[in-house]
Design a protein around this ligand. Structure first.
Ligand code: ZN
Length: 83
């Protein structure tokens, strides 16, 4: 029996790496992990697409795919797919 603990973690859809956001210590001693801020890249494989499912086609049509503001156009072009 595996106890499935529902824990909020980040999980890379590329390499399967799981991690927690960096804890921040408040002046009063409380440690808070901020899940609202999603990391830009997976800390393990450094993929900026760690939260993008693989099924998505490359060469997305303009205007149909949500694009994070900070994502650079060059990074999108430089992405190579390995199947
Ligand atoms: Zn990864």
């Amino acid at each position: 029996m595996k106890a499935h603990i529902k824990l909020a973690i980040f999980r890379c859809l590329r390499c399967g790496h799981e991690w927690l956001p960096e804890p921040k210590r408040h002046p009063d001693g409380t440690i808070v992990r901020d899940f609202s801020k999603k990391p830009k890249v997976c800390p393990k494989c450094k993929s900026p697409y760690w939260n993008v499912p693989r099924g998505q086609k490359r060469g997305p049509k303009k205007g149909t795919v949500y694009k994070p503001r900070e994502q650079k156009e060059e990074e999108t072009r430089g992405l190579k797919r390995r199947d």
